[in-house]
Design a protein around this ligand. Sequence first.
Ligand code: S3P
Length: 436
Amino acid sequence: MNQFYSKNNHSLNGILEVPGDKSISQRALILGAMTIGTTKIKGISYSEDVNNLIKNLKLLGVKIIKKKNELNIIGVGIGGFDYSKKSLYMGNSGTATRLMLGALCNQNFETKITGDKSLSKRNMLNLINQLKKMGAQIKSNNNKLPISIKGISESMPIIYNQKIPSAQIKSAVLLASLNTPGITTIKENLETRNHTEILLKMLGANIKIKKNKNNNEITIIGQKELKAKNILISGDPSSAAIIGAAALIIPKSKIKIKNVNINNTRISFFNILKKMNANITISNKKIISNEKVADITFKSSNLKGIHLTSKNVATMIDEIPIFSILASFSNGISSFTGGNQLKNKESNRIKSLYEGLKALNIKVFKKNDGLKIIGNKLIKDNKNIKIKSYYDHRIAMSFLIMSLAYKKKIIIDNIECINTSFPNFFKSIKKLGAKI
Ligand code: S3P
C-alpha cells in the first residue's frame, strides 16, 4: 500500500501546464481510429487510462505510432476494427469502457472487455440498455464487467432521453450511431461535456445540436465517412482545478496554469470559484482545435460557502471532490445535491468524501444525493489523520491538496491511483514549491 503525507504549507508560486485533457485524449484516439486517413495528435495525456486505450486500439488492428511530441493514428474507418481474440483491458477507465462499447456496437464480432477491481464494480446497465436497443448483443456480469459485446454492421437508430446526466453514455450512443442508417436523437436534460460532439463536427459527421429551453437535442445521421484531421489537445481543466485549489487555500500563493481547456461545459467549477470569492483570473483566451482555451491565475483567497444545484453538479462532476475540500476551508455553509452519478464513479464519491472530511473533524452531513459542509477556515489540525482514497485518483489528489494546508500529517492510502489521470502530479506540485 503506497501512502503519502505532506510536511508543510509553504506558499505555492510559479507558472505551469497540466497534462492534456483526458476526455479529449480518449475521444481523439477512438475517433481518430474510426476516420479515414492519418490523425496527428499533439498534447495527449499519457495517463494510465490513455495508455491502456492505446493498447486496446492496437489489439483491434489500429496502427498507432508514438513520436516525440506527437501521436499518429492510421484510421481504419467506421466498422473497420479487426477481431481481437484477447480481451480489452480497460484498467480503471469508465470513460474508455463506455466509449469503446459504443464504438464496438458497429462491429459484427464479439469483443470481451475487462477492467480493474474498482471498474468492475461500476454499473453499466444504463448504457447496456441503449446499445441493446441499437442491436448489440451484450453479456455481462450483472451489468458490470467483464462484458462481451457483439455489435451489428448497421445499428438501429434510437431516441435516447437521458434522465441521469452522463457524457460517457451520450458519447457511447453517438459513437454507436456512426454506422446507423437514419437519425439517432439524444435528448440531454442537463448539459454535460460536449467534446465528442465538437470532434465529430470537426471530422465531418452529420451532427446537429439544438439548444431547447429544457434540454439539448443532439441529432446524428450515420454512415458518413469521417476524415482525419490534426488535433491539438488543451490542458485538463479537472487537473487545473486540483492544482489551482491548492493556491487558493495556502497563504501567499500565486500560480498561473497555461493553456487550460475552458469549454463552457467544463468551466462551471471556475465560475463557482468566482462566486466563492476566489481570486482567479482568466486571460489569453483562444480557440485550439475548436475548443476554448485560456490561462488561469489563482491567488490565495478568503473563500465563502456556496450551495450547488444539480445543474452545477452535472458540469463539475469531476470537481466535486476538490470543491468539497475548498468548502471545508470557506466561511459559511456549502452544499451540493443531484449527485447520484457520483456514487458510480471510481469510488462512491459521496461516501469517500463524507468519511474523509469526518475523519478530519469537519462538520459534514450526508444527504441522499449530496453533502452539506460547514466551512471553517481554522480547521483544527492537531493530530495525524489517515484517509482512504478507495483507489479513486480525484479523492486521493483532493485530500493531498488539503494536506498541504494542514499542519499535522494527513496520510492517504493507495496514492498510485493518481497515475490514472495525472502522472506528473507530484512533480508539478513540487515545482510550485510544495515540500512533500
Ligand atoms: C467523462 C464524463 C464524466 C466524468 C468522467 C469523464 C467523459 O462522467 O466523470 O471522468 O470523458 O465523458 P459522466 O459520464 O458521469 O458524465
